[in-house]
Design a protein around this ligand. Sequence first.
Ligand SMILES: [Zn+2]
Length: 58
Amino acid sequence: MSKNCPICNTQIIIKFAPFCSNRCANVDLSKWLNGAYSIPTDEIGVDSVNEFENIDDD
Ligand SMILES: [Zn+2]
């Protein structure tokens, strides 16, 4: 059973796995980068990190 590209749902090409093409790989990468850049890093400090650690401990 073959997997499909998570971006456009076309059958993937091994060369570009897990995507169907370099273009879709770039689209996914752009999503990651845009998401990272959209985070206001000035507001993420030690306090935010501690909150996540506390949740993990629970
Ligand atoms: Zn694709």
